[in-house]
Design a protein around this ligand. Sequence first.
Ligand code: SAH
Length: 248
Amino acid sequence: MSFSTKDAILDYCKLNGIEISDDVAEKFETLSDMLLEFNSHTNVTALKTREDIAIKHFADSIAVLKYDLIKKNASVIDIGCGAGFPGLPIKMLRPDIKITFVDSTAKKLKFTNSVAEAFSMTDVETCPDRAEELVAKGKREKYDVAVSRAVASLPVLCELVLPYIKTGGCFVAYKSSIEADVNNKDSELSKAMGGIKKLGGKVEGILDASLPGTNDETQKHSLIVIRKTGKTPDSFPRRYAQILKKPL
Ligand code: SAH
């Protein structure tokens, strides 16, 4: 029997206590078709099978919904979203949220736009811009929640993302569990601790986001939740070259 994206998503949601209707699960089947079709002419993902897409893109993206982090009608920003991950699957399950997609590569956002249109999504904004530049265009301290996956190492990423978040809001960084290990001094999280404080943030928790069928410790995923406890000083973000050269 051929692989069913719908069933895989329904199973994942059931296992993780995430509310989903049959209709929405069915839409993931279409999303998978659209991603494969788009990827055949514009490279937006290395994943080629429907199963990999269902698990490693869709289920991985919605892991945040296992936790009560995104309140009703929240404003959410996805930084370095590529084709729209994790933001698109989150928006499919949570039509109440307002979401802004940011990526420096405009062609990737074309996919996000076409999906938003195909599913008649409302409250979707796409910004083809660099994260460290867009923030000065009226987006500073404006979002309840920021999400980001596979964009940069955490010390760099925090400087790109935290300026967007309101005091009291949070940043959910999608990371491998190895990089989220605060007991390992070489992990991205350990290296980011000083910078997070300077940016007005505080690590609130490390949440499990492992995918079905991952028993291997090196393959486990975590969500690093960073709460914004105060404003980010206006001197951040610096220019990208500076952020890379001297991470906070
Ligand atoms: N989040 C997606 C894509 C990851 S690839 C996923 O998990 O599938 C990393 C993406 O980040 C690329 O599309 C790249 O264009 C974008 N990116 C990297 N640095 C950026 C920056 N400073 N501002 C905006 N986008 C950036």
